[in-house]
Design a protein around this ligand. Structure first.
Ligand SMILES: Nc1ncnc2c1ncn2[C@@H]1O[C@H](COP(=O)(O)OP(=O)(O)OP(=O)(O)O)[C@@H](O)[C@H]1O
Length: 336
């Protein structure tokens, strides 16, 4: 039975047409795949319809969505998404029999025993896969994280909203940035600094602290200027971003005792790999923690986000919904 799998972030919608195939690796074959800019569409249904018209050209009955944010009943709650997502209207608009939704990093964690783990570049710690809980973390439009806990029948995946945890500064300069962002001591989540928009926020704040007018207007421009070493504050912003990502990753690795390792799978981290490797990431991953000995055994890799979200969503769908849908279809009914 073919089905649509989509990974919907704040910036990109990655969509695939897939089918169950016993000959394909992990039992699922990708028939078509495209990446869309979410902002170019007035709704999720129009984005998916554009894919169906271009690649499927036939009625689609089954769909799984991996979405950034929390799933509350029929809706996905996420301020980073360009439009609200409601499942029942989406099902009606596309004429679907079944639409299922899971968190986007939960989906990435379902790709862990496949291509996500295969393509990783080693960042720090031992370069060997150990057993135990494994984390997937990624700065993109937001800051996503999920954990895979091994066990019977493929183990368990937990979605998290860890990107919303309070940012804690680790240096005088970071304290200054935090004080600038929340002069009254209010809430600043990690996501406000450790994400694409967060990198721009760090840069703009460093400019403000320096009394300079920002010359760079996008996160991509900050990264490019840091890589080319053409702007000292862009270099400092990327260094602070990498250090804060190290703290965030170390916090989560400690909380989940992530002896299975960490995959950093953000949309743009690959372009920062060399800077990340030279940065304070590894120091801050271990910094001052009582669990240093455990954390020193935790491998960290950087991997592409790419198609892994749709692959993981497809694995989840196969495991949690497909068998039931196939049974119901055989009995002449449809699932919710
Ligand atoms: N080279 C880069 N340097 C810094 N930021 C970048 C770079 N390329 C893209 N970005 C930023 O990353 C964000 C998009 O990330 P990504 O491609 O992971 O999208 P997404 O999957 O839609 O995100 P999310 O799943 O977090 O909602 C945008 O804010 C974009 O400006």
């Amino acid at each position: 039975m073919p089905f649509l799998a989509a990974d919907i972030g704040g910036t990109h919608g990655r969509v695939a047409w897939m089918r169950v195939s016993h000959d394909a690796p992990r039992g699922i074959e990708t028939l078509a795949y495209r990446v869309f800019a979410c902002a170019a569409f007035p709704s999720l249904s129009t984005l998916l319809k554009a894919f169906i018209d271009a690649e499927v050209r036939a009625p689609v009955k089954h769909c799984v969505l991996a979405c950034a944010g929390q799933i509350v009943g029929d809706e996905v709650a996420n301020d980073n998404l360009p439009w609200p997502i409601q499942l029942t209207p989406l099902r009606h608009a596309l004429g679907l029999d079944d639409v299922a939704v899971l968190n986007d990093f939960e989906a990435l964690a379902y790709a862990l025993d496949g291509p996500l783990a295969d393509g990783g570049r080693h960042l720090c710690g031992p370069d060997a896969q150990l057993g135990g809980p494994t984390l997937v973390i990624g700065p993109g439009t937001g800051l996503g994280a999920a954990v895979h806990i091994p066990g019977a029948a493929g183990g368990v995946v937990l979605a998290t909203e860890a990107g919303q945890m309070d940012f804690a500064p680790n240096s005088v300069r970071e304290r200054e940035v935090l004080a600038h962002l929340a002069p009254d001591g209010g809430y600043v989540p990690f996501e406000h600094l450790v994400s694409g928009p967060g990198l721009l926020t760090i840069y703009a704040t460093l400019c403000a602290l320096q009394g300079e007018t920002p010359k760079l207007a996008t996160p991509e421009a900050v990264t490019a200027a840091a890589v080319a070493c053409t702007d000292a504050l862009a270099v400092e912003a990327v260094e602070m971003f990498c250090a804060a990502l190290g703290s965030f990753t170390g916090n989560l690795a400690m909380a989940f005792m992530a002896s299975g390792g960490v995959y950093l799978a953000g949309g743009f981290l690959s372009s920062l790999f060399d800077l990340l490797k030279r940065s304070a990431f590894a120091v801050r991953f271990l910094h001052g923690r009582s669990a240093r000995t455990l954390l020193a055994q935790v491998p960290v890799w950087v991997t592409e986000h790419g198609q892994h979200g749709v692959h993981g969503a497809a694995q989840w769908y196969l495991r949690h919904r497909m068998q039931a849908s196939l049974r119901q279809a055989a009995e002449g009914g449809v699932s919710a």
